[in-house]
Design a protein around this ligand. Structure first.
Ligand code: NDP
Length: 319
């Protein structure tokens, strides 16, 4: 690969509505970090001149073929399964997924909020005049066992926050992890151990061939009776029919679902009207230009300095 050019052309390939905010934050971050770059929108530079692409899967670039000079693709999404499915995605250009503090903070706030809602039994107090007066006092967080599937950038942060609130937290990942205050499991045996202890189960795994339908009927049956699920990873992680059957049978007490196989979730989907399902419209977190632009610029600065890019997707693993 030829040496980095002096003033790289950076293509902003995000949705039109977001473009102005991204441009302003990227320009500000570049000035802050001393990066001399030429930020362009589609049509403002020859495709072959583009070296870095700030990329949203829902943005204007659907075909990478003309971008023959690309050095790196900076996805503004953390989950890249749809990007990996683009047939013209160049195999030899690094694809970096999004890791940025705003995304992490937002996700941890969502997870903590929805775990506390289940833990405290908040819904029982929202029923109007007939609300139960004799609701039992909830246990202390230290007596509530929470499991977190996925201990990456988002899962590890959520697990740490739950642990800091005194929850009895365990987590599960592909490779062994060590997080203070979190009992870390991995592998198939580790999954069974984690599921069988999790009164509240948080899913923050990516969608990959290995995680598809991870929560199937057999694994859902390992959860303690009446367990709650909070899925903010991807819809593909859950076998929907198995979850609906488990909810109907009371084996799973409640599911808070932010992500679905089809989004927006069709209005006639059984999750919509289910009394023990809370649907949120893929809002658990979002990449914020103000906090993400400095991360993207720092990647380009690293590239210009000949340093390795961070958070490069492992195409074999799919995340
Ligand atoms: P990371 O890549 O940092 O972490 C992924 C975690 O999942 C890692 O701990 C990884 O294990 C684990 N994992 C992956 N495959 C397996 C497997 N087969 N078995 C066991 N563990 C596995 O991702 P992030 O934390 O940044 O993001 C996680 C997901 O959250 C994203 O992929 C995206 O789908 C979703 N997301 C949802 C949002 C929303 O608004 N709902 C917003 C942003 C992201 P290991 O540590 O060993 O690598």
């Amino acid at each position: 690969m030829p040496a980095a050019t002096q003033s790289p052309v950076v293509l902003l390939a995000v949705e039109e509505d977001d473009s102005a905010a991204w441009a302003a934050e990227l320009e500000a971050a570049a000035a802050e970090q001393g990066l001399d770059m030429r930020l362009v929108r589609p049509g403002e530079a020859a495709p072959e001149a583009v070296e870095h692409m700030v990329f949203a899967g829902s943005g204007p670039v659907r075909d990478f073929t003309p971008y023959v000079g690309l050095r790196a693709i900076h996805s503004i999404w953390a989950g890249v399964e749809k990007v990996l499915a683009i047939p013209t995605l160049p195999a030899d250009v690094p694809l970096c997924r999004m890791v940025e503090p705003g995304l992490r903070w937002g996700m941890t706030e969502y997870v903590v909020g929805h775990v506390l809602r289940r833990h405290l039994g908040v819904d029982g107090f929202l029923a109007g005049p007939e609300a139960r007066w004799a609701e039992p006092v909830p246990p202390l967080a230290r007596d509530r066992r929470v499991g977190v599937l996925g201990l990456g950038e988002l899962g590890a942060d959520a697990a740490r926050a739950l642990s800091a609130l005194n929850f009895d937290v365990a987590g599960w990942s592909r490779s062994p992890r060590s997080i203070p205050g979190v009992a870390c499991h991995c592998g198939e045996d580790g999954l069974a151990a984690l599921l069988s202890r999790s009164e509240i189960l948080v899913c923050l795994l990516p969608a990959t061939p290995l995680t598809e339908n991870l929560l199937n009927a057999g694994r859902l049956a390992l959860l303690p009776r009446g367990a709650a699920i909070v899925n903010a990873g991807r819809g593909e992680l859950i076998d929907d029919s198995a979850l609906l059957a488990a909810l109907d049978a009371g084996r799973v007490g409640h599911a808070t679902l932010d992500v679905f196989r089809i989004e927006p979730l069709p209005t006639d989907h059984p999750y919509r009207a289910h009394p023990r399902v809370t649907v949120t419209p893929h809002v658990a977190s979002a990449t914020r230009p103000a906090t993400a632009a400095p991360e993207i610029v720092s990647q380009i600065v690293r590239f210009q300095a000949g340093e390795p890019l961070r958070h490069v997707v492992d195409r074999r693993l799919g995340y």
